[in-house]
Design a protein around this ligand. Structure first.
Ligand code: PLP
Length: 463
């Protein structure tokens, strides 16, 4: 698919606001990128898909660039740059542990992503471990436990219902075997916060452990392992403004040390000997190294640590207060557009991060998202957001795929097949969310100005 760039620029450029309170609190890469509009001209790109991948912080990029000349192997070189790189990698681990307010004996393992972190934990479950999840989880938290015996709980409609539902499920299990609860901190569909501390208390009261999927929480709110009293936390660098391929699993070492290495190979092994019978005996490391076989992603780890430092220095209180203002602005704006329904499990007053999904009566969500991109330079996401059971529950039935482009997927009053998601954060200026609200209002009132067609399952401008 290609969308041709128009020859002449007719859309007015949006100058950075003179009012600092309207600017993004943290500069990100891409803030000056303009994209072609199918209707003519260009617009500054409004990246409103932070929940999928947030842009890199300028600070992260600068820190990575400053380190790059010193890049060397980690844990395996005698040279000076290898020592610098090893030190940087282990410093990154300490920074991440501080960022998560880990306990003294917790360990932080560098992985590739939240998905990778949860799969690693799934491989480290003790025998006969039962796993409890809500059907509302992202697939990364719903699916890795396939070998364990999983209880999938119904989507709760309040914090109290979530806690009571977990309590009932845990009370009904065999109290002697190991158990793990996996819960998200903030939903990637509704942005709503989950009662993690309360769920952790229930889990522990019933002898279970709990892992927090902080993929959507960590970029927006402080995460304290001690305060929430969770056993593990997982998050992804690319959602935390550090898109260099690293993620984190941090928490209790015992299950991880007792498990076979997630990846077998160099770095995970302390000693390897060939047996007389031709086999190989291995003495595996304990600690993070056990699950970090192969050459570590030192740039990714450094980038994550840099983002942790930048967010901590900016202060989550200030970042969250501003994000709440933008969230209120978007929600109020959408509420004023006829036919818009914002998806929510816990209702209007629920605390939430800057992630909002919605459907519009009579609109195909893919069509709306395509028009926002092609006609306004706004990047959002449409679909089921890797949370099929949750989106299905919120839309009232099994969620479907994308509707065919052009024709509305749902007539007024009928249920939509998928949704549009807008998400933002510390790199978002006011103008981006204001333009988004204005664009939705205009599209719903006047219709799209261009025609669109379906190509490879995606809605694209028919150019
Ligand atoms: N958990 C949640 C709540 C998410 O939103 C996502 C990604 O969108 C994931 C887990 C998986 O993250 P990743 O794709 O970085 O592994």
């Amino acid at each position: 698919m290609s969308v041709a760039a128009p020859a002449a620029s007719s859309a007015p450029a949006v100058a950075p606001s003179a009012d600092p309170s309207r600017r993004a609190p943290l500069p990100v890469l891409g803030r000056d990128v303009s994209v072609p509009l199918v209707t003519g001209g260009e617009a500054p790109y409004a990246a409103l898909d932070y929940a999928a991948s947030a842009p890199a912080l300028q600070r992260v990029w600068d820190d990575v660039a400053a380190y790059a000349p010193y890049y060397g192997s980690v844990h395996r070189g005698a040279g000076y740059l290898s020592q610098v790189s090893t030190e940087l990698f282990e410093n990154a681990r300490r920074t991440v542990a501080r960022f998560l307010d880990c306990r003294e004996d917790d360990q932080a393992v560098f992985t590739r992503s939240t998905t990778d972190s949860l799969n690693l934990l799934a491989r480290a479950l003790p025998a006969d471990c039962r796993v409890f999840v809500f059907e509302t989880e992202h697939h990364a938290a719903l699916l890795p436990w396939r070998d364990a015996s999983v209880t999938c709980l119904d989507a709760p409609r309040s914090h109290q219902e979530a806690v009571a539902s977990l309590e009932r499920a845990l009370a009904a299990r065999d109290p002697h075997g190991p158990a793990l609860v996996c819960v998200t901190g903030a939903s990637n569909v509704t942005g709503e916060l989950w009662p993690v501390r309360e769920l952790a208390a229930v889990a522990h009261a019933h002898g279970a452990r709990i892992v927090l999927d902080a993929a959507q929480l960590a970029p927006h709110r402080p995460v304290s392992v001690r305060d929430l009293d969770v056993d593990w936390v997982a998050f992804s660098g690319h959602k935390l403004y550090a898109p260099f391929g690293a993620g984190v699993l941090a928490g209790r070492p015992d299950w991880l040390d007792a498990a076979d290495p997630y990846l077998a190979g160099g770095g995970a092994s302390r000693r390897v000997v060939r047996r007389a019978d031709g086999g190989v005996d291995v003495d595996w490391h304990d600690g993070a190294a056990r699950h970090e076989a192969g050459s570590p992603n030192v740039i990714g780890a450094h980038a994550v640590a840099s983002a942790c430092t930048a967010l901590t220095e900016a202060g989550f209180d200030a970042l969250a207060a501003r994000e709440r203002r933008l969230t209120d602005l978007v929600r109020a704006g959408l509420a004023s557009v006829p036919g818009v329904r914002v998806l929510s499990l816990f209702g209007d007053g629920a605390p939430r991060v800057g992630v909002i999904s919605f459907v519009v009566d009579g609109w195909n969500s893919s069509h709306l998202a395509a028009a926002l991109s092609a006609e306004y330079g706004i990047g959002v996401r449409d679909g089921l957001f890797c949370a099929h059971p949750l989106v299905g529950a919120l839309l009232g039935g099994d969620a479907g795929g994308r509707g065919e482009c052009g024709a509305p997927e749902a007539a007024p009053g009928e249920r939509s097949l998928n949704a549009v998601r807008v998400s933002f954060g510390a790199g978002t200026p006011d103008e981006h969310v204001e333009r988004f609200v204005r664009a939705v209002r205009e599209l719903v009132r006047d219709g799209a100005r261009w025609t669109y067609r379906t190509e490879d399952g995606r809605c694209v401008p028919a150019v």
